[in-house]
Design a protein around this ligand. Structure first.
Ligand SMILES: NC(=O)c1ccc[n+]([C@@H]2O[C@H](COP(=O)([O-])OP(=O)(O)OC[C@H]3O[C@@H](n4cnc5c(N)ncnc54)[C@H](O)[C@@H]3O)[C@@H](O)[C@H]2O)c1
Ligand SMILES: O=C(O)CC[C@@H](O)C(=O)O
Length: 527
């Protein structure tokens, strides 16, 4: 088997390349390329590991014809077009915890630097000015630290602020009262926070809701003398308004690690009074960079080599331990989805995926993803588990997952039922010996078949002589039958035949089979 190929396109701790190689990937480290250069190169890679310098645009993704996974060594993924990557079936992962402590520490460092004006005092002192009288600071003890966003980094920053004997308040619409108590913060609304806080620290992602969350109106309406720290994302603050508020003294100080436009080489805030900044250094410690490099390399190689999915933003997680156990189930699920997708007539409106027996104990999300990938192949042959759920949603398909604990005829079973404007159709399958996927029921008729390669599905009247007729007809065309699987509703009633063939059938032969006596329906299938 050829090794998956990975490109590291941003400066990253060398441990990342080592881990990729140890885990069976070929790796190239090529940093600092222009978007055009990356576009020309990306087609040869299965994995792409980035930090924040590489922007993964639609153009890059269109050129990435072999790409399966993008890994961000860090938290924010606003430099990746995730919806477009999802549509292309590319998994996007981040490393959500590797640099959280480091970034929270940077926020606290900036708060202290603001409180004592350390950067300006340092500059003046080294310039020989001994500017002792110019720098009267403020204590942080007893002051109020206002968090906007109390997730991983916000809650670590809260714990450090509490250690400094500060009172911590937080605005985060998704923070529960229980969690607020657990991390020792008081939950407040944004206006209250801006009225009560001495220091405000932002820790939210940049989304449509958070963009410009510190708008001109909010900055001007905040408590006079407030100090602001942003180690999250540029774009959360109206920079021009912040400059005006610093100049008027309404905001007593601001410390930014991140800017609306990066690299920030010519920003309106540069030179504003009581303004300090760092060049997006929040995650830049040796410890954090080793953490995220190791994690991203482990996650990407797990996915490329074993199929394990960790910290994906557009796909359910699947641990490297679970992956081998789930593999035959996913093959079964994909086969059932594909079968029902090829056979169901009409507009699909609903699909339900039932797991019985041993299957009910498993992580259901990847199984559902695999069923949808099989099903959605009726619309597009570039569907996989990543883009199938999006495609299903786009088409308004209602998806439900059901776990059945009841004892059935099989110790493990997956049943897929679809509803179309022409009725409900259902197929079911099991694993033989815990590893061999088998179809065991098709539209209420028991059968046993492996869904593989080219197949021919026939519904016919259960009458003597039919099997001979179809065998002779295929033989006359020189078509070899691999397996012959039979099922029937009742003796003499409706019967189904599922034949595996060594080659795809010409439509003329399908038409000939349709014309055979007793045939109700014929369909060539491919898996
Ligand atoms: N400066 C750096 O180098 C650096 C390093 C790491 C992370 N970051 C950035 O820090 C941010 C936070 O990271 P995290 O790990 O804490 O993320 P997280 O997902 O753990 O926490 C984000 C929090 O923001 C909250 N939130 C979402 N929408 C909100 C809204 N409208 N108002 C208020 N709160 C809202 C969420 O509920 C969540 O609790 C990320 O955007 C990341 O990009 C920057
Ligand atoms: O890689 C970096 O230096 C910054 C990372 C940071 O912005 C993140 O979101 O994790």
């Amino acid at each position: 088997m050829t090794k998956p190929k990975v490109l590291i396109s941003d400066k990253m701790d060398p441990n990342a390349a080592r881990i990729f190689e140890e885990r069976g990937c070929e790796v190239d480290v090529i940093t600092g390329e222009t978007p055009e250069e990356l576009k020309a190169r990306i087609g040869e890679y299965h994995g792409l590991a980035i930090r924040s310098s590489t922007t993964v645009t639609r153009e890059i993704l269109d050129a990435a014809t072999n790409l399966k996974v993008i890994g961000r060594a860090g938290i924010g993924v606003d430099n990746v077009d995730i919806p477009y990557a999802s549509g292309k079936g590319v998994v996007v992962m981040n490393t959500p915890f590797g640099n959280s402590i480091t970034t929270a520490e940077h926020a606290i460092a900036l708060m202290m630097a603001l409180a004592r004006q350390i950067p300006a005092a340092n500059t003046g002192t080294q310039a020989g000015q001994w500017p002792k009288k110019d720098f009267m600071g403020v204590e942080v003890t007893g002051k109020t630290f206002g968090l906007i966003g109390a997730g991983n980094i916000g809650s670590i920053a809260a714990s450090r602020a509490i250690g400094l004997r500060m009172k911590v308040i937080a605005y985060d619409p998704f923070l529960t009262e229980d969690r607020a108590i657990e991390i020792g913060v008081e939950k407040v609304d944004l206006d209250t926070l801006l009225q009560r806080a001495d220091f405000v620290s932002l820790h939210t992602p940049l989304t449509d809701e958070t963009r410009n969350i510190l708008s001109r109106e909010r900055l001007e309406g905040a408590r006079p003398g407030i100090r602001i720290i942003n180690c999250a994302r540029g774009g959360l603050i109206d920079e021009a308004a912040l400059k005006d508020c610093l100049e008027s003294g309404h905001v007593a100080g601001a410390a930014l690690d991140v800017f609306a436009q990066e690299p920030a080489k010519d920003n309106p805030l540069f030179g504003a009074p009581n303004f300090i900044c760092t060049p997006h250094l929040g995650a830049s410690t040796t410890e954090a960079q080793v953490n995220v490099a190791l994690q991203v390399a482990e996650q990407l190689s797990d996915y490329l080599v074993n199929g394990g999915v960790t910290n994906a933003l557009n796909m359910p997680s699947l641990s490297a331990e679970e992956a081998p156990k789930l593999k035959p189930y996913m093959a079964l699920a994909e086969g059932l989805g594909s079968l029902v997708g090829q056979l169901a007539h009409g507009n699909l409106t609903k699909i339900s995926i039932e797991r019985e027996g041993a299957a009910s104990e498993l992580n259901g999300k990847p199984i559902t993803g695999a069923v949808l990938a099989g099903l959605m192949r009726r619309y597009s042959d570039t569907v996989n588990m990543v883009n199938a759920p999006f495609l299903a949603k786009e088409r308004g398909l209602e998806v439900s997952e059901i776990r059945q604990n009841r004892d059935g005829a099989f110790n493990t079973l997956i049943r897929v039922s679809v509803e179309t404007d022409q009725g409900t159709r259902s197929v079911a399958g099991t694993l033989f010996g815990n590893e061999a996927p088998r179809l065991v029921e098709i539209f209420g008729i028991g059968i046993e078949a492996e869904l593989k390669g080219h197949m021919l599905y026939i519904v016919n009247d259960d009458k003597p002589g039919f099997i001979g007729r179809i065998g002779t007809m295929l033989g006359n065309h020189g078509i070899n039958i691999g397996t012959f699987n039979l099922g029937r509703r009742d003796a003499g009633g409706e019967a189904v035949l599922l034949l595996s063939l060594d080659e795809a059938l010409d439509p003329a032969i399908v038409a000939e089979a349709e014309a055979l006596e007793g045939v109700k329906m014929v369909k060539g299938l491919a898996f």
